[in-house]
Design a protein around this ligand. Structure first.
Ligand SMILES: Nc1nc2c(c(=O)[nH]1)N[C@H]1C(S)=C(S)[C@@H](COP(=O)(O)OP(=O)(O)OC[C@H]3O[C@@H](n4cnc5c(=O)[nH]c(N)nc54)[C@H](O)[C@@H]3O)O[C@H]1N2
Ligand SMILES: Nc1nc2c(c(=O)[nH]1)N[C@H]1C(S)=C(S)[C@@H](COP(=O)(O)OP(=O)(O)OC[C@H]3O[C@@H](n4cnc5c(=O)[nH]c(N)nc54)[C@H](O)[C@@H]3O)O[C@H]1N2
Ligand code: SF4
Ligand SMILES: [Mo]
Length: 734
C-alpha cells in the first residue's frame, strides 16, 4: 500500500450495475487504481460496495481489453491495430456506399446493456440511429425489460413511466422473478438492496418471494413460494380474481377498464391457476388477502417473469394488483421516481406496432424490433435485407436467444462495426472494432437509471483520469454517426460538439429560451447538456414549476458542489402528471393485452414438459463480460447446470449431461442443487467464451452458451421479447 502523499482519493459512481453505488477510488501517481471503497457520504448508497465494484480497477485496466482500433482482414481472418483516422476513413468509405447501393434498411444497429450505464450510450445513440435512418434497430431491451415497458406504455401511456416498489417504506413486498441479492436489483435502482430488505423486515414488514429456486433472496424472505417457470401470469390472474371475488379491491386512482379486467380475470380461479403454477389455491387466496390487508404493499416482478412467454401480461397484472389494492402512486406502494433531469417528453399516447419487421412481420415496440428476429433479417435475402451491422456495447452471440445462429449468420454481413472494449464472441465478426477509453476516463451520470430509483437522488462524476491522446466514447459514437452518414464535423468542432450543438439548440428552442445558450455551465458540451436537462428538469432553475430542494434550484453547479450526490427526498405521488393515455386515466384493460389473454387461456390445459430450463445470475458477474478478471471467476461463479437431486437419480445423471432443446444441444457440467424445483434446471447465461485467445482468463473458464438452447422462434407476443425461462429440454447422461 502506498502512503497518502503518492495516492489520491476520488469520487465516482459505479457503472457496473443498476445500483449506482457511490465509490471512493484511490489512484496512484500513474493513475492506476490501488483501492476502491464504498462512499460512506453518498446519501443513497451510504458506503455499500459489492465484489464487482471492488474489482472496478481490474476491469478498468484489464490487460486484455482493447486500447486501439482494430481492423480485420477478412481473407485471412487476422486482426491488426489501426489509427483512429484509418478506422474512421474505412467506415466512411464502406458505410455510406453500402446504404447508397442497398437502401437505408440494409443497415442495422444493436445496442447492448452497458449503454444504460454510460453517458455516451445515453447521449449519442440517437445520433447514430438518425445517421442511418433505418428501422432495423435492435437492443438488449427485447432480451430484457421490454414487456415492462410495453405494459407501462399501454397502462400509463408512456413506456418510460415504470413504477418501482417504494422499498424503504412498504409494509409488504411481493417479489416475483428477481434475485437482488445476486443482481443488486433491476428496474428498481436501490443500492444495498440486501440492507433495504433487512430494514423492511426489521420494521415489521413482510417479504414474499416467488421463484422456481430458493435463491439467496428467497432465503432472506418471510415466505418463499415455488412457481412453475413461465406461469406467473396465471398466478397474478388468480390474485386479481380473488381480489374481485372477495370484494377486496380499494381503487384509489382514476382508472378505466375496471369491468373488463374483472371479466378477464373471471376464469382464473385459484383452483384453475393452481394446476398450472404449482402454487396451492389456498396460497393464491392468502397472498391476495395479505396484499389487500397490508397497510401498504407493492408487487414487483423482474427478469424471471419478463423473459417468459407471457411476459407482458405478467407485467401488466403486477400493476393491476398494485392499483386494485390501492397501492399505486401511494407511499409504501408502487411509485414513480422524480428524476432530476428532463427526459423525453411524450405528447401522444404510446402505440405498439407502428411498423412491422420484414421477415416475420413482428410489430415494433418503442421503435425496436425483437432481437429474436435479428438473424432472420440478416439471413433472408430480398429488399431490405440487413447487410451492415453496427453493435455498441453488446454481445448478442452470447446474449440473444439462439445466439449460436447469430454466430453462424454474422459472417454473411458485408460490413460490421463494433464499439466494444473486447474482441469477443460477437465482435470477432466485425471488420472494425472501436474501443472506448478506460471507464475512469469517462464522466458519469445515470440518465436512465435514476428514473427507476427508490429514492430521489442525483450524482455526477467528472472523469477521474484525463483522456490521453484518444477520443472519448462520446466522441467515438458521434464520429461514427457522422462517418456513417457521409458527413464531416463542422470546421473547428469535434464530432461530439457538432451533435451536441444541434441537440442543445433544439431543446432551448422547444423550451422557448433560445437566448440562453451562453448561460449553460460546464467544461464541455456533455456537461452543458446535463446542465440544460437539470435546469429544465423537475427541480430545475429554469422550470417555473420546480419542486424545492435543500440545495436550491438545480443546475450543474449544485452537482459539482456535492460530489457525494444529492438527496432529493422520498418518492412522491405523480398522478395524473405521468399519464399520457388518451383518457388521462390508468388503463386497467388495454386492448392489445386483453387480446393476448386468449393465448394464455389456450395454454392452460397444455401438458407440462418433463423438464424446463431457466437461467440464473451470479454475484461476481455481469452477463457476458466480466469473466476475464481473475477475482471475478471461479468458486461459485462457474457455468454449471443446477439439477434437483431427485431429477439426478430419476434421469440417471452424474457429472455431465447432454441438454437438448428445440433450438440446439449442449454438454454441460451438472451440479446437484436441492434449492431448485424438481423438473426445473438452471444454467447461467453469458458463458461459452470463444477460444480467440483475446480474453485469456475468460477462455480458460469458457463454460457453455446457454443461448444455444433458447429458441428465437418463441417470443412474448405483445412485446416481441425473448423467452429464456421455461424452455422445454430433455436431459441425458453424457
Ligand atoms: N439465456 C439468457 N440470456 C440472456 C439473459 C438471461 O437472463 N438468460 N439476460 C438478458 C439480459 S437481461 C440482458 S441485459 C442481455 C445483455 O445483452 P448484451 O448487452 O448484448 O450483452 P453483455 O454481455 O451485457 O455485453 C456487453 C458488451 O459491452 C461491452 N462493454 C462493456 N463496457 C463497455 C463500455 O463502456 N463501452 C462499450 N462500448 N462496450 C462496453 C462488453 O465487452 C460486452 O461485449 O442479455 C440477455 N440474455
Ligand atoms: N451480479 C450480477 N448482477 C447483475 C447481472 C449479472 O449478470 N450479474 N445482470 C444485470 C442485468 S442485465 C439485469 S437485467 C438484472 C436482472 O436482475 P434480476 O431480475 O434480479 O435477475 P436474476 O438474478 O436473474 O433473478 C431472476 C430470478 O427469476 C427466477 N425465475 C426464472 N424463471 C422464473 C419464472 O418463470 N417465474 C419466476 N417467478 N421466477 C423465475 C430465477 O430463478 C432468478 O432467481 O441484473 C443485473 N445485475
Ligand atoms: S452493487 Fe452494482 S453499483 Fe454497487 S458496487 Fe456493486 S456493481 Fe457497483
Ligand atoms: Mo438486463
Amino acid at each position: 500500500m502506498m502512503d497518502g502523499m503518492t495516492t489520491r482519493n476520488l469520487l465516482r459512481t459505479c457503472p457496473l450495475c443498476e445500483a449506482v453505488c457511490g465509490l471512493e477510488v484511490t489512484l496512484d501517481t500513474e493513475d492506476h487504481v490501488v483501492g476502491v471503497r464504498g462512499d460512506r457520504q453518498d446519501p443513497f448508497s451510504r458506503g455499500f460496495l459489492c465484489p464487482k465494484g471492488a474489482s472496478l480497477g481490474h476491469l478498468d485496466e484489464d490487460p486484455d481489453r482493447l486500447t486501439e482500433p482494430m481492423i480485420r482482414d477478412r481473407a485471412t481472418d487476422t486482426w491488426r491495430t489501426a489509427s483512429w483516422t484509418e478506422a474512421f476513413d474505412l467506415i466512411a468509405a464502406r458505410g455510406p456506399a453500402l446504404t447508397a447501393a442497398h437502401g437505408s434498411q440494409s443497415a442495422a444497429l444493436y445496442f447492448g446493456n452497458p449503454n444504460a450505464h454510460t453517458v455516451a450510450g445515453a447521449l449519442y445513440l440517437p445520433a447514430l440511429l438518425r445517421a442511418l435512418g433505418t428501422r432495423h434497430l435492435f437492443s438488449a431491451s427485447t432480451a430484457d425489460q421490454m414487456p415492462k415497458q410495453v405494459a407501462s406504455g399501454l397502462m400509463f401511456g408512456d413506456p418510460l413511466s415504470v413504477p418501482v416498489p417504494d422499498l424503504d417504506r412498504t409494509d409488504y413486498l411481493l417479489m416475483l422473478g428477481a434475485n437482488p441479492l445476486e443482481s443488486n436489483g433491476s428496474l428498481c435502482t436501490a443500492p444495498d438492496y440486501p440492507g433495504r430488505i433487512k430494514a423492511l423486515r426489521q420494521r415489521g414488514g413482510r417479504f414474499v418471494v416467488v421463484d422456481p429456486r430458493r435463491t439467496r433472496t428467497a432465503k432472506q424472505a418471510d415466505e418463499h413460494v415455488f412457481v412453475r417457470p413461465g406461469s406467473d401470469a396465471y398466478l397474478l390472474f388468480g390474485i386479481v380474481h380473488t381480489l374481485f371475488a372477495e370484494e377486496l379491491t380499494a381503487v384509489r386512482v382514476e382508472v378505466s377498464g375496471l369491468d373488463e379486467i374483472r371479466a378477464a380475470a373471471a376464469p382464473f380461479t385459484p383452483e384453475v391457476v393452481s394446476g398450472r403454477t404449482g402454487v396451492p389455491a389456498a396460497t393464491v387466496v392468502r397472498l391476495a388477502r395479505e396484499l389487500a390487508a397490508a397497510p401498504t404493499a407493492a408487487v414487483y416482478a423482474r427478469i424471471g417473469t419478463c423473459t417468459a412467454e407471457f411476459g407482458t401480461i405478467t407485467q401488466w397484472l403486477v400493476d393491476v394488483v398494485n392499483v386494485l389494492t390501492g397501492n399505486l402512486d401511494s407511499p409504501g406502494g408502487a411509485m414513480w421516481a422524480t428524476p432530476a433531469t428532463l427526459g423525453i417528453v411524450r405528447s401522444r399516447p404510446f402505440r405498439l406496432g407502428r411498423w412491422t419487421s420484414r421477415v416475420r412481420e413482428l410489430p415494433e415496440a418503442m421503435g425496436e424490433f425483437p432481437v429474436a428476429t435479428l438473424a432472420d433479417e440478416i439471413e433472408t435475402s430480398g429488399e431490405g435485407q440487413i447487410r451492415m451491422l453496427v453493435t455498441v456495447a453488446g454481445n448478442p452471440v452470447l446474449s440473444a436467444p439462439n445466439g449460436a445462429r447469430l454466430d453462424r449468420v454474422l459472417p454473411g454481413l458485408d460490413f460490421m462495426v463494433s464499439v466494444d472494449r473486447y474482441l469477443n464472441e460477437t465482435t470477432r465478426h466485425a471488420d472494425v472494432i472501436l474501443p472506448p477509453p478506460r471507464t475512469l476516463q469517462s464522466p458519469h451520470y445515470d440518465f436512465a437509471l435514476l428514473a427507476f430509483a427508490v429514492h430521489n437522488y442525483a450524482r455526477y462524476s467528472r472523469p477521474l483520469v484525463p483522456l490521453d491522446d484518444r477520443p472519448s466514447e462520446s466522441e467515438v459514437l458521434a464520429r461514427l454517426a457522422l462517418a456513417l452518414a457521409g458527413q464531416q464535423p463542422e470546421p473547428g468542432r469535434s464530432a461530439m460538439d457538432s451533435v451536441d450543438e444541434l441537440v442543445i439548440a433544439g431543446m432551448l428552442h422547444k423550451a422557448g429560451m433560445p437566448e440562453r445558450r451562453g448561460d449553460l455551465l460546464g467544461e464541455n458540451t456533455i456537461e452543458q447538456r446535463l446542465d440544460l436537462m437539470l435546469r429544465l428538469g423537475a427541480y430545475g432553475e429554469w422550470n417555473s414549476a420546480a419542486l424545492p430542494t435543500p440545495y436550491g434550484p438545480l443546475n450543474l453547479q449544485v452537482l459539482l458542489d456535492n460530489p457525494h450526490g444529492i438527496d432529493l427526498g422520498p418518492l412522491r405521488p405523480r398522478l395524473p402528471e405521468v399519464l399520457r393515455t388518451a383518457s388521462r386515466t390508468v388503463d386497467l384493460a388495454p386492448e392489445p393485452l386483453l387480446a393476448d389473454v386468449a393465448r394464455l387461456t389456450g395454454r392452460l390445459s397444455d401438458a407440462a414438459p418433463d423438464v424446463v430450463l431457466i437461467g440464473r445470475r451470479q454475484l461476481r458477474s455481469n452477463n457476458s463480460w466480466m469473466h476475464n478478471v481473475p477475482t471475478l471467476v471461479g468458486g461459485s461463479n462457474r457455468c454449471t447446470l443446477h439439477v434437483h437431486p431427485d431429477d439426478m437419480s430419476r434421469l440417471g445423471l452424474s457429472e455431465r449431461a447432454v441438454v437438448k432443446s428445440a433450438a440446439g444441444a449442449l454438454t454441460v457440467a451438472v451440479e446437484p442443487n436441492g434449492d431448485i424445483m424438481p423438473g426445473v434446471v438452471s444454467l447461467p447465461h453469458g458463458w461459452g467464451h470463444a477460444d480467440t485467445a483475446s480474453q485469456s482468463v475468460a477462455s480458460a473458464h469458457a463454460g457453455v452458451n446457454a443461448n444455444v438452447l433458447t429458441d428465437d422462434s418463441v417470443i412474448d407476443v405483445p412485446s416481441g421479447n425473448a423467452v429464456f425461462n421455461g424452455v422445454p429440454v430433455t436431459l441425458t447422461p453424457a
